[in-house]
Structures are given as C-alpha cells and as structure tokens.
Design a protein around this ligand. Structure first.
Ligand SMILES: [Zn+2]
Length: 411
C-alpha cells in the first residue's frame, strides 16, 4: 500500500469498551500528518504466534475435516474471516489456489465507513491463521475505502456483532469468487459412511480438496449469466436443440415438477416458479458433501454425494451429470422431474453438463487446471489406484459451443 498524504484526518475517541464512541466529525487540517498504517502481512511466512496451518493437508486426520464446527464455508466466501475470541480474527482460505493483495476490512457500529484492518500480500492455498486485531493493542491509523485516514483509540475487545469483516482483493481469482451468487454452506458429514458403510465411503483431505474445488466451480457455473438465461428459457434451449438435430422435441418442452408424467402431460412450472426454483439452487441451505461406495450415488436433504472418480478426475472433464442429479435431489426434485433426471430428451443433468464443459472450453471457471491439486497422483489416499491425469476435450456437437461459438465468457 502506498497511501497518499491526506490533508484530512478523522478521529474517533472511544468512550467505553464496546462501541460507545463519539465521532470527532470536525475535519482537522493536518497538512504534514504522516499516517501510520500497519504493515502488510505475507501469510506464507508467519510466526508461530499466528498459528499458521494448511487446511486439508494430504495426511491430515480426516476427523478434522468432518468437524463441522471447525470446517465450513459459504461457496461465495472461500476466504473466510471470523472473530476468534474477543481480540483476534481467524482467516481461512478454502481455495486450492493462493490469493494475493487482500484487504480485510472492519466495520464498527456507529461509524459508517469500513477501514482496512489487515493487508495480506499473499494468502496461500488452504491457509489458516489467527491475527490479533490491532485495535486491541492501541491507538492507530487505518485506511478508509475513500483513501482517507481514520485514527481509532484502543478498544479492549469485541463480541460477535460488535465488529464486521469484509474482504477485497485485486486478484483475478477473487473477482471470480465475487461473481458466485450462491451462498450454500459447505460441510463434510461422516454420518453417512458411519451408518451405511459401503453405500458411502469415508473421504479424506485429498478428496475434500477436490470436492471444495468442484463445488466452487459448480456454484460459479450456476451463477453464470448464460446458465441463468438457459435455465429460465429452457423451452427455447429444447427448441434450438431439436432444430439443430432436425427432429421433433423429445419429451417435456420445459421444466416440470415431481408429479409423474401422464401420457405426455407434464406438471409444467410457470415462468415465476422457474425463476424461484433457480434461486433455490443458490440459496443459503447447507450441503453435506459425501462419497459413494455402493451401487449408486445419492442426494436429498443436505446430502449430495459423488463417486471418487468424479471427485478425482470427472469434474475436471466437465462430467457433472451425476453431481447435477444428486444436487437437484438436495434442492427437492425427484426422478419424475426433469430438473433432477435427464428424462426424455434430456433435462438439467444433460444441459448442465454441456454448459459446464463449455465453461472449461472458455476457461471461464475459477479452477481449470487439474495440476493445482494433482489428485490422481495421490494413490495412497485413493481406493482406485490407476487414475490418469484428466485431459479435457470439448465435443464439436456441444450445444453451447454450436450456439455461442466461443462467445459468452463472463467478463
Ligand atoms: Zn436419483
């Protein structure tokens, strides 16, 4: 950071421990005032006091990833900043790729402007550390969003709600995170394989890293304007597909619900219902990621499960059909709805898969390169030992490729 010398200095004097402060609203002309900002932090190189660690190390005890109180994140906030105790923040990055140039802002009640609490030059992939809030140490200067300086006196400590955090970054990956509209809460749940071992299998940090990478990409895909446009005009998509194929429309013309089809009579949703259903996919519900072991994958309620092969290689190739199906069970659709099932003539399973592959082709997902995790090489942690590096190739018949011809990247 290179703050320009300001001629205005704002000051806050604190009257009591928590938030009862008065603003010195008068602008003082401190022509020669040199604001004393805190120095930038490189999270790749932290002292032990910050308790730096890597989440989901390959050999980490899986009990840690299954601890739902400790390991959770919202898909639109892979960089999570939470109050830890009364005087510290815990920073956790649920991302397989590092972030650079990150500002963590704080906002206090009774003062409208947020200010830079920490600047991180770099936060490594899957990093976690704890940082004392500088406000509890003493009086200091803080940079406001508008470039001005705020001076805040020492505050003894914070309780939840008495300080709010937000994050900005110039990193292009962060810009992709910001586009994710879903705020699903992601956790891992061991109850499935504990209660029904074989039907489900235990996961480990190698698989968890792949699952996190996949769900961030998937949530980005669902948030994509082209997906929204196609989802809310699925009848048009079906029409175009049949025109291209030179055939009549196969099966349902549009999205329909869980009522069994009756000789081609479907319980079609209205435009308004379809719009609402789209947002159900992106709401704040909790999803438990699990792994299948038995005959078929399962989803429903918070559960969405996936095969080991799809976690390790499938999602890098855009093979998201089963995931889309199980996730749609999780949203509330059964096999009689084309939102879950591919059904006659293809439903969301098929459409999402084509779309996801088109996004890989466009290089328009947060994570495209399987080398960032190299999951297929980590055979000690996998049930199947002979995975190959996934190499993506798009089909020339991909309906999104045929329609958009390389256009449509989310800028
Ligand atoms: Zn099913």
């Amino acid at each position: 950071m290179n703050p320009i010398l300001k001629n205005a200095k704002y000051c806050i004097s604190l009257m009591a421990v928590l938030s009862l402060f008065t603003n010195c609203e008068t602008e003082v002309n401190y022509k020669n005032y040199q604001p004393n900002y805190l120095s930038s932090i490189d999270a790749t190189n932290l002292p032990a006091g910050n308790k730096p660690m890597t989440l989901f190390e390959d050999n980490e005890d899986p009990a840690l990833m299954y601890n739902k109180k400790d390991r959770w994140f919202r898909v639109n906030e892979p960089l999570q900043v939470i109050l830890k105790g009364k005087d510290s923040v815990q920073v956790s990055l649920y991302s397989p790729v590092a972030l650079t140039d990150v500002n963590v802002y704080a906002k206090l009640p009774n003062y409208e402007n947020k200010f830079v609490l920490f600047h991180f030059s770099k936060i490594p992939a899957f990093h976690r550390s704890v940082h004392q809030i500088p406000l509890v140490v003493g009086k200091n200067d803080y940079l406001l969003e508008n470039g001005k300086t705020l001076t805040i006196d020492k505050i003894e400590g914070f309780s939840s709600g008495s300080i709010e955090f937000s994050v900005t970054s110039t990193d292009p990956l962060f810009a992709k995170f910001k586009k994710i509209k879903s705020n699903h809460l992601v956790q891992f749940h061991d109850g499935y394989h504990i209660n029904e071992y074989g039907k489900y299998l235990p996961m480990n940090p190698v698989l968890a890293k792949e699952a996190i990478t996949m769900i961030i990409n998937y949530s980005y895909a669902l948030s994509h304007p082209l997906y929204y446009q196609t989802f809310t005009n699925f009848d048009k998509y079906k029409q175009e597909q049949s025109t291209l194929a030179g055939t009549a429309i196969n099966g349902a013309l549009n999205w329909h619900g869980n009522t069994d089809d009756l000789n081609g009579v479907y319980d079609y949703y209205t435009k308004e219902e379809i719009e609402k259903i789209y947002w159900n996919y992106l709401d704040s519900r909790t999803v438990y990621l699990a792994m299948v072991g038995g005959g078929s994958a399962w989803g429903g309620g918070p559960l969405a499960s996936q095969w080991e092969s799809d976690y390790i290689t499938g999602h890098w190739l855009g093979e998201m059909s089963i995931w889309s199906h199980e996730y749609s069970h999780h949203i509330g659709f059964s096999h009689s709805s084309n939102l879950a099932n591919s059904g006659e003539g293809g439903g969301q399973q098929e459409m999402l898969t084509h779309f996801y592959k088109y996004l890989i082709y466009l290089n328009d997902l947060p994570f495209i390169d399987p080398e960032i995790l190299k999951g297929w090489t980590k055979t000690a942690y996998l049930n199947k030992k002979d995975y190959k590096k996934p190499v993506f190739k798009i089909s020339p018949n991909n309906p999104f490729l045929l329609k958009y011809k390389g256009e449509g990247k989310w800028n």
